[in-house]
Design a protein around this ligand. Structure first.
Ligand code: GDP
Length: 197
């Protein structure tokens, strides 16, 4: 499985627009601006894969990317909490995401991208609880680690680990940076384990 092979497949705003529910998928979630698009671009070594622009219209869609193996996909979930979206749009987000997360049988795991300087927001906590409740493996990417000194980043990681120690869904907690590429290899290995396992 090669992540460099990732190609945009389709955008879906409703469950019935998603590709057939076969094979294996991993989904990426995160608060808007956490660094999810940059993380996807780093993992796939494709600077243009997930656009880093913050057009609310586009980021509300669920974007599917195919990999070089039949029915293996990466999924970019809409960023949560875009500052300018209305309450209705937030409700919409929850409805569509809820449908995807609850009904998608080929979903093998969730990658939660959080800014290492602002970890475990209410949104992150909600996603962790959801994974725990649904027995879905969770990988946490604590990204933008390059913004901190190494010692500070280490301390932040220990704090996150401590907060999550009672959650058995957390399989991987990775110090990450799309800028320095720290954690990219470790993340790829974990994704391969999920997708090929
Ligand atoms: P998204 O809304 O979660 O998709 O976030 P983006 O990937 O668009 O990133 C939001 C902002 O953070 C952009 O200005 C990125 O350049 C910046 N950013 C993302 N990842 C990193 C990182 O690892 N290091 C640094 N220094 N900046 C980052």
């Amino acid at each position: 499985l090669s992540f460099n092979s990732a190609r945009f497949l389709i955008s879906a705003s409703r469950l019935d627009e998603c590709p057939p529910d076969f094979g294996a998928e991993v989904a990426f979630a995160g608060r808007s601006n956490a660094g999810k698009s940059s993380a996807l671009n780093a993992i796939t070594a494709n600077g243009k894969l997930a656009r880093t622009s913050k057009t609310p219209g586009r980021t509300r869609l669920i974007n599917f990317f195919s990999l070089n193996r039949e029915n293996c996909r990466m999924v970019d979930l809409p960023g949560y909490g875009y500052a300018k979206v209305s309450r209705d749009m937030k409700d919409d987000w929850q409805k569509h995401l809820g449908h995807y997360l609850n009904d998608r049988r080929c979903l093998r795991g969730l990658v939660l991208v959080m800014d290492i300087r602002h970890p475990l927001t209410d949104f992150d906590q909600m996603m962790v609880e959801w994974c725990e409740h649904n027995n879905l493996p969770l990988m946490i990417l604590a990204t933008k680690a390059d913004k901190l000194k190494y010692g500070q980043a280490k301390t932040a990681m220990l704090g996150i680990a401590k907060n999550l120690k009672s959650y058995s869904c957390v399989e991987h907690l990775i110090m990450f940076s799309a800028t320095s590429k720290r954690g990219v290899d470790e993340c790829r290995e974990a994704l391969i384990e999920w997708l090929e396992g």
